[in-house]
Ligand binder design. Structure first.
Ligand code: V0V
Ligand code: CO
Length: 142
């Protein structure tokens, strides 16, 4: 199935981001439903979010609470309600992955990598290129 295609973009699903209205309440619901404690909690001021992470296999579920109404997640929750906010693909090199998307004609949100949580490096591609789903690229700390 590789005829004519470049090397694949990603190595795994890093996480699924879920926008929630009340982070503490959502974290408790997920804790009970998944039967697992959260593995990480962090405020990422530059993205206007606070996250709670649950590990599932080698991937995470990322609950996202908005730090204010004018943030990406704040606007999302008020317009669309709680739910799937983005799918994050794990890549070896965010800068190279952004170039691959650009070469494929995919509309980008970020022209250059930015800091994410856990010391990761991240970048976003627009939902229009992925049939309505916002896409994040994640490079783990080296
Ligand atoms: C908005 N729209 C979305 C969407 N957010 N569609 C799918 N998935 C989303 N997450 C739709 C919205 O319903 C509207 O559709 C349209 O886009 C314009 O909405 P808007 O509220 O005016 O939004 P924009 O255009 O101002 O911004 C949307 C984008 C923005 C995606 C460009 O949210 C953005 O830059 N996101 C990247 C940063 C981010 O999301 N950070 C939070 C996660 P209609 O009504 O026109 O049909 S931070 C994170 O994950 C971290 C730190 C980490 O993992 O480490
Ligand atoms: Co994310």
């Amino acid at each position: 199935m590789s005829g004519g295609l470049p090397p694949s973009l990603a190595t795994a699903i890093d996480h699924v981001g879920i926008a929630v209205a009340d982070l503490d309440a959502a974290a408790e619901d997920y804790r009970r439903a998944l039967g697992a404690e959260p593995v990480h909690r962090e405020r990422v001021e530059s993205q206007g979010v606070e996250e709670v992470l649950f590990a599932v296999g080698g991937s995470y579920v990322q609950l996202l609470g908005a730090l204010g109404p004018d943030t990406a997640v704040g606007k999302f929750v008020s317009k669309r309600g709680e739910g799937l906010h983005h799918v994050a693909y794990r890549v070896d090199d965010v800068r190279a992955a952004l170039e691959m998307l650009r070469a494929a004609g995919v509309r980008l949100v970020d022209e250059a990598p930015r800091p994410g949580s856990r010391g990761t490096t991240i970048a976003f591609a627009h939902p229009s290129g992925f049939h309505g789903v916002l896409v994040e690229l994640v490079q783990e700390p080296r």
